[in-house]
Write a protein that binds this ligand. Structure first.
Ligand code: ADP
Length: 399
């Protein structure tokens, strides 16, 4: 047995999960926060324990050092040799990375860095994480897994925007999508639940968390997805707008003091909008629903817009796929919010979807629809870390 670690590096954080492979058993997981700031926090969870440490961590290399030290200190591993693989989640793979790749040369890391053009904060942090592991554990199998790869099968009519062509050819502006590992994972699981080959299915996968995206999956391939050039597009999210009329932006630049620089605009659209912007309360669905129950009209409206946008995207994808075998809910809200699932499906019963109210409340894996529902409705918990660990395993076996 060997151990594989899956890494999700953000600009000031590093989330990790250690697996015993091929058993796919999670041995430990943790989060390092506030990298590059004072009082960074490292949390390690294992054996029902949670150990927290506060110290100054300057950069991602030091964060990886702390993480490896912690694994030894808590006896989770006895030597570094036990770790034979690392998988890095990378946000933007552009048109270049159509699937996961082995980090077997400097060029691969450079390519990830180049693609920072498409996801400035994310890809730079991802590359820092890759370099940190290369420095400290140079000989282990290192793999990059992209959020966008699953969507590289979209047809051009879906990924192109009706802008002048030069912005695609010269500036690479097109739809890339995101959450690819999650959509791919739940689509595969759905085939198991439905007892049919994935190649025969039409699925609508709804990854509804703080970030949210919906994908049309035909014969196991993504044919359209709601996030766009960046994760800002598509359905309404915790603090992101999702789709809005683009003319709003020049209008607000002209008529307000808030929309000045690209940074301002990105901040408002990505961090101050969505559930948070409409409710003026919270980006978290649990808070929205608590406020709604207390009679808060803004929270109610935030909930209503949220449900409306999901229904509209499901409607679009029923058209894109010309029907569907199943709608799948996953991620924080999709897996846990009985209310959101009920409201979404209630409003689209014309298409032949009917929830089993009891299964909707108690089901946390599998089919939650009525026996005669034409389109099945499934809940499938996502597991992006496991997809990453499996990809590493695949490359280890090819070596
Ligand atoms: P991220 O995109 O940050 O990974 P998650 O997938 O963890 O987000 O989803 C976070 C969202 O899930 C939050 O809005 C949270 O309120 C929501 N959520 C988690 N548990 C529940 C629950 N029991 N009921 C309703 N919403 C929930």
């Amino acid at each position: 047995m060997s151990k594989t670690i899956s890494i999700n590096a953000g600009s000031s954080s590093l989330k990790w999960q250690l697996y015993e492979m091929p058993a796919e058993k999670v041995i430990a997981k943790g989060l390092i926060e506030r990298i590059g700031l004072k009082d960074s926090i490292s949390t390690v969870k294992f054996d029902g324990r949670a150990e927290k440490q506060i110290l100054d961590i300057d950069d991602h290399t030091q964060a990886v050092k702390i993480l490896l030290d912690d694994l030894m200190r808590f006896d989770i591993i006895r030597s570094y040799d036990e770790i034979t693989g690392v998988g890095h989640r990378v946000v933007a793979g552009g048109e270049y990375f159509k699937e996961s790749a082995l980090v077997d040369s400097e060029e691969v890391i450079q390519k990830v860095e180049e693609l920072a053009l498409l996801a400035p904060l994310h890809n730079k942090a991802n590359a820092a994480g890759i370099r940190a592991f290369k420095e400290l554990l140079p000989d282990i199998t290192s793999v990059v897994v992209f959020d966008t790869s699953f969507h590289t099968t979209m047809p051009e009519k879906a990924y192109r925007y009706p802008l002048p062509t030069k912005y695609y050819t010269e500036n690479k502006v097109r739809k890339y999508g995101a959450h690819g590992t999650s959509h791919q994972y739940v689509a595969k699981e759905a085939a198991k639940v439905l007892g049919k080959p994935l190649e025969e299915l039409k699925l609508i996968t709804c990854h509804i968390g703080n970030g949210a995206s919906i994908t049309a999956v035909k014969e196991g391939k993504s044919v359209d997805t709601s996030m766009g050039f960046t994760p800002l597009g598509g359905v309404m999210m915790g603090s992101r707008t999702g789709d809005i009329d683009p003319a709003i932006i020049p209008y607000l630049i002209e008529h307000t003091e808030d929309f000045n620089t690209p940074e301002d605009i990105n901040r408002i659209l990505n961090r101050e909008s969505g559930l948070l912007g409409v409710s003026e309360k919270s980006s978290d669905m649990r808070d929205i629903h608590a406020a709604m129950r207390a009679g808060d009209a803004k929270a109610q409206l935030a909930n209503d817009i949220f449900v409306d946008r999901i229904q509209k995207y499901i409607g679009q994808y029923l058209a894109v796929l010309n029907g569907a075998d199943a709608i799948i809910f996953t991620a924080g809200i999709g897996e846990n919010s009985v209310t959101i699932r009920r409201l979404v499906i209630e409003g689209i019963s014309w298409f032949g979807c009917e929830l089993d109210p009891e299964k909707n409340v108690f089901g946390n894996y599998g089919d939650i629809s009525m026996p005669d529902s034409k389109v099945r409705v499934l809940v499938i918990p996502t597991d992006e870390e496991l997809v990453i660990a499996r990809d590493v395993e695949r490359f280890k076996n090819q070596k």
